[in-house]
Write a protein that binds this ligand. Structure first.
Ligand SMILES: [Zn+2]
Length: 396
């Protein structure tokens, strides 16, 4: 169900009897706490139930010894308007993705808008409109950070200054417009950065007819903040070039569902070998030619944990705290002052794994029992994941 952004405040919420608390922090992925206290959508305390002030809660949730993690962040989506995507003419894809544990999405450009303007005033107007529209309207409660212009030849520093002062914080994938040469992209990325706008570059072969190749030399020269879909979207650079990007650049390594899975595994392994797991972030790149993937982030977590042999608790950080830090979002970590955006999970019924983390390491996705955004329950048992063995209950 689509819901508007402006709603009642959550009041005091106590989340107790947590069996496993994943922090989102790659330096300490598991917390030894069993309770979270929330006030009006913000985490105010994390600790042991007996030591916290849990009196007077408007809502108390008994997690029944299952897992709580920060809401998942999809670092790479292509929204258009509302909860509709013209790419596959699908309605409700964002709400469906919330049922996959995603509480925040970051736009890599509203590129699927039919008749998308490519002149400079038009592309700026679209970005500002998308930014406004998604900050006023949250499908399923999901925070969609949108308004990501596709840069075109002829833009000047003044255009970036104007976008920034209008509230635009992101560039859409560099390379999807007419700016495809490294030297041109580099200048515009630097203007964007100077004015506080974060950039992402398309990496790899053309995504659909009409787009083009961005090779490793262009990625290195442009020096965007995020190496967008380093494993291709869909077509990847060679494994050797992807590993070279991980080594020579210090920018974020974004791995997506809608890319090459073999190279996804290689990129994650390279980041670990280079001792920079904090750079890895996950996205779906949906909606796309491959469709919408409501469980795409969970599927990436299971893929990387099971086939790149990375402990599941670390891979969850790729989809939460790493992305929040790199993208300056006030979510993604279980700590005081952060947004109360959570996904409640348990091992799926009849998985071979004895615990949630073991099940993910064996390649299964977890079952979601509840999703909370800003302290408000957005769904109970997910309609999309396999059923969780245990689910949280609202005790009052
Ligand atoms: Zn792309």
């Amino acid at each position: 169900m689509a819901t508007a952004a402006i709603e009642e405040a959550s009041g005091k919420v106590v989340i107790k009897n947590i069996g496993l608390l994943l922090s989102g922090d790659i330096d300490q992925p598991i917390l030894q706490s069993d309770t979270i206290v929330v006030m009006d959508g913000i985490i105010t305390a994390v600790g042991r139930f007996k030591e916290l002030d849990t009196e007077g809660a408007k809502t108390t949730i008994d997690v029944r010894q299952t897992c709580v993690a920060p809401g998942l962040i999809d670092s790479h989506v292509h929204p258009v308007f509302g909860d509709w995507t013209p790419r596959q003419n699908q309605i409700g894809w964002i709400d469906s993705t919330m049922n996959g544990g995603v509480t925040t999405m970051v736009s890599a450009g509203e590129v699927h808008l039919p008749g998308r303007p490519k002149d400079i005033v038009g592309l700026k107007a679209l970005a500002i409109t998308a930014q406004r529209a998604f900050s006023n309207f949250r499908p399923g409660g999901v925070k969609v950070i949108a308004g990501a212009p596709i840069i075109e030849k002829g833009m000047t520093e003044h255009d970036f200054e104007e976008l920034a002062s209008a509230g635009v914080t992101l560039l859409g994938e560099v390379g999807l417009g007419s700016v495809k040469a490294g030297y041109e992209a580099k200048e515009m990325v630097a203007w964007a950065r100077k004015h506080g706008i974060q950039s992402t570059i398309h990496t790899g072969g053309p995504s659909i007819p009409g787009s083009g190749l961005i090779d490793k030399d262009v990625v290195l020269e442009a020096d965007a903040d995020v190496i967008g879909h380093i494993n291709g979207g869909h077509t990847s650079l060679s494994e050797a070039h992807v590993c070279e990007l991980c080594e020579k650049s210090s920018r974020a390594i974004e791995i997506v569902h809608n890319g090459n899975e073999r190279v996804a595994i290689a990129a994650a392994k390279a980041a670990l070998e280079l001792k920079c797991p904090h750079r890895v972030i996950l996205g779906t790149d949906g909606p796309a030619g491959s469709g919408v993937q409501p469980l795409g982030i969970l599927r990436m977590v299971a893929l990387l944990s099971s086939l790149a042999n990375i402990p599941a608790e670390l891979v969850f950080c790729f989809a939460t705290g790493n992305t929040a830090r790199i993208r300056n979002l006030n979510c993604g970590l279980i700590e005081v002052g952060r947004a109360a955006d959570f996904v409640f999970m348990d091992r799926a019924q009849h998985t071979a794994g004895r615990t949630l983390l073991e099940s993910v390491q064996l390649g299964d996705i977890p079952g979601i029992g509840m999703v909370m955004i800003d302290g408000l329950v957005r769904c109970h048992r997910s309609r999309n994941t396999p059923p969780a063995t245990e689910i949280p209950v609202i005790v009052h």
